[in-house]
Design a protein around this ligand. Structure first.
Ligand code: PA5
Length: 467
């Protein structure tokens, strides 16, 4: 069976010159640090206690038991058979993986055409913003009696998810009546948080109300697609075993001691070198596939929240070919040379189109050939401009390869965290805005230190700076 490949030719000085490309000497100089990072990560991953404590338990998700997978698959089938629409509520790590899976693994326009859905429900995502218009519009048009709701929040405290859930609950209650809770599943921490408390309360009153699935200990939001995302996969009819089997395959490749044969570690190491030694601080992920755009969005969160700390971290940008060749590409080629572009190339699309014989230079070509040529041309243009770029090659966009791809990026991010010496599994920077909102909303129990910070640094709005 073909495997996912990482082509890093165009990160090297051989192709893009010594000023911008990695040299053999650069690699040699960093080898001791790389080995130390590898040993550190290996140690952290070696026991369950350490994995749970350090939020690395996600690395074990590919190896979940058959029993867990079968139970979730059954639950997904039950929901899928009974409802016209499923509404997922969640944000950040409790949303982006689902959206990525939805767009990568379902046929395009799935929601729009009954025939494409094969009797499965339409899928909607809310709670990923506080924009009143989208939720309002959706609830006005969904049939509450035929809608199932999955609310996902690891902490059970996130404002966006909480707010949406309150509104949706009220809507269900009003239209469905007392047993509305039977149309809801919560995916949340097994023990803590207000969502868990609510689940336990409701569940005690009626065993079929507010059923729940656990977001496992030691699995942080953005690393949790293979945990909290499984019910979604089951509902949309994606083979969970295939997704996890792809991730398992990548996990095996990532356990190779020789970093040069370990795609995720090598990816991290080369990007780390280009960042620290050549000033390439922008990471552009550009899949040449419409279906993978949301996977690039997922990656943005993964990289930004994991590594953007202590004044460090590459800035991720989500892009897509060929669409963005008519947009960001100008800057990629002639703007500041501070970026690395990672292409994701599909060797085989789910379908194809042949151009008619009357199409001039396009005559007789297939769409898949044209997109592949566009990717090659972009690569060439970047190399010519001495801009580092690399390609992750997927044999096809199947559940197996998509699982492989996600795990590849997860492992690469964890390893880059070790190289940078930052904790890749927390997100203290996100707390600032949350604290400010809580303060303004009079949430009880805000620490005095936080209150003082907010009072001592008020937002200054001088009208002379507003026109
Ligand atoms: O990666 C993370 O941990 C975060 O992005 C969270 O997923 C996000 O903040 C949502 O949190 P929660 O699932 O607790 O609602």
């Amino acid at each position: 069976m073909k495997e996912i490949k990482f082509d890093f030719n165009n990160l090297f000085s051989l192709n893009i010159g010594k000023l911008h490309g990695v040299t053999e000497n650069d690699l040699k100089a960093v080898s001791r640090q790389a080995l130390a990072a590898q040993a550190n990560l290996k140690k952290k991953l070696s026991t369950e206690a350490s994995r749970v404590k350090l939020s690395l338990e996600w690395a074990m998700l590919p190896f979940q038991s058959r029993k867990t997978i079968d139970e979730i698959s059954r639950l997904g089938q039950e929901i899928s058979a009974k409802y016209d629409d499923v509404l997922f509520l969640g944000i950040g790590g409790s949303y982006l993986g689902l959206k990525a899976a939805q767009d990568a693994l379902l046929v395009p326009y799935y929601n729009d055409f009954k025939k494409l859905r094969n009797d499965r429900p339409r899928i909607y995502f809310e709670g990923n913003n506080l924009d009143p218009d989208t939720l309002n519009s959706l609830l006005k048009n969904l049939n509450p009696k035929k809608t199932f709701v999955v609310v996902i929040s690891k902490s059970g405290e996130t404002t966006e998810t909480k707010a949406a859930f309150e509104i949706v609950e009220l809507w269900l209650k009003k239209h469905v009546g007392n047993f509305y809770g039977r149309q809801i599943i919560a995916i949340t921490d097994p023990e803590s948080g207000t969502l868990r408390k609510k689940v336990n309360l409701e569940h005690a009153k009626d065993g079929l109300s507010l059923r729940s699935l656990p977001l496992l200990k030691g699995v942080g939001g953005r690393f949790s697609e293979f945990n909290m995302g499984l019910l979604h996969l089951a509902i949309i009819g994606v083979d969970i075993k295939q997704v996890l089997s792809g991730a398992t395959q990548m996990a095996k490749r990532c356990s190779k001691e020789n970093i040069m044969q370990n795609p995720a570690y090598l990816y991290a190491l080369l990007h780390y070198l280009l960042y620290r030694k050549k000033g390439k601080s922008i990471a552009i992920l550009m899949p040449f596939s419409e279906s993978l755009k949301s996977t690039a969005d997922w990656y943005v969160q993964l990289l930004a929240e994991s590594l953007g700390k202590q004044g460090l971290g590459r800035t991720p940008v989500s892009s897509r070919g060929t669409n963005d060749l008519h947009s960001i590409q100008q800057n990629n080629i002639e703007g500041e040379n501070n970026k690395v572009v990672t292409f994701i190339k599909l060797e085989k699309f789910k379908s194809d189109l042949a151009m008619p014989a009357t199409s001039g230079i396009l005559s007789g070509r297939r769409y898949s050939q044209l997109i592949s040529l566009a990717q090659e041309a972009t690569e060439w243009a970047l190399v010519r401009a001495q801009r580092p770029n690399c390609t992750v090659i997927l044999p096809a966009l199947t559940p197996y390869y998509w699982g492989t791809l996600l795990f590849f990026f997860e492992m690469a991010t964890a390893f880059e965290g070790e190289l940078l010496k930052v904790n890749a599994f927390d997100q203290p920077g996100v707390e600032g805005y949350k604290n400010y909102m809580y303060y303004k909303l009079n949430k009880p129990g805000i620490p005095q230190e936080v209150i003082s910070q907010i009072r001592n640094h008020p937002l200054k709005k001088d009208s002379k700076f507003i026109v």
